[in-house]
Design a protein around this ligand. Sequence first.
Ligand SMILES: [Zn+2]
Length: 105
Amino acid sequence: MRKVIPFERRAAASNTLGHVEAKCAHRNLRLVEQGGIVMCTDCHITLSPFWALSMLSEQYALSMAHIDRLKSRIQLADARILELSRELDAMLPAKRSPNKSSTDT
Ligand SMILES: [Zn+2]
């Protein structure tokens, strides 16, 4: 009994040097429910679902690291604002800074 399921022959990207050298980074993915495949909307290549998942995981990690860096910068900026506010309060006469309590927490 021979049962051959015809599949359309498609180029599949893999995590090889050839793929790294490709011009398209395949960042815009399209999930094709029929057949359960992942395609790049830019270059229309069919991607390995594992490769797509790995790429998304890598991009997620990069984004989370970027968020962490931005949070650190915000904390530094907040600390600097507090420091400058205290310096400004110290420069002003006490009776001219009625809003001083807002920075003294
Ligand atoms: Zn692509």
